[in-house]
Design a protein around this ligand. Structure first.
Ligand SMILES: [Zn+2]
Length: 118
């Protein structure tokens, strides 16, 4: 028990020593650097930095497309090249209305049929 008490007391003594050291250091710094002048100088310096770095106009633009990786709802954006390849892979169908081998329409939505209807 006595040993424990001695140790705690030793720690408290150390803490007090540290506290007094910090206080002494503070006093030393404050004595060397006047408080108000330092703050004023800092403020001016910050103002100068802001004035110099503030851009006249914002030069960066927002990205057109944002795609988060790993999100299932987003797919790779398809460009015109990819679209053409996809269309070429699509099998041709015979339109029973105009009799042409086409990919874009069938009998039901044949452009000739539409033209006739109008
Ligand atoms: Zn057709």
């Amino acid at each position: 028990m006595d040993m424990c008490r001695d140790r705690v007391r030793g720690n408290i003594d150390k803490l007090e020593e540290l506290g007094s050291h910090i206080q002494a250091l503070k006093d030393k710094i404050f004595a060397e650097v006047p408080y108000d002048t330092e703050i004023h100088r800092k403020g001016v310096a910050i103002q100068e930095v802001i004035a110099h770095t503030e851009p006249d106009e914002i030069s960066c633009t927002t990205p057109n497309k944002i795609r988060n990786k790993g999100c299932g709802t987003h797919k790779i954006p398809i460009g015109p090249r990819e679209k053409a390849i996809k269309a070429a892979k699509k099998p041709r169908r015979k339109c029973n209305y105009c009799g042409k081998q086409v990919r874009t329409h069938d009998k039901r939505n044949c452009p000739l049929k539409k033209g006739e209807a109008n």
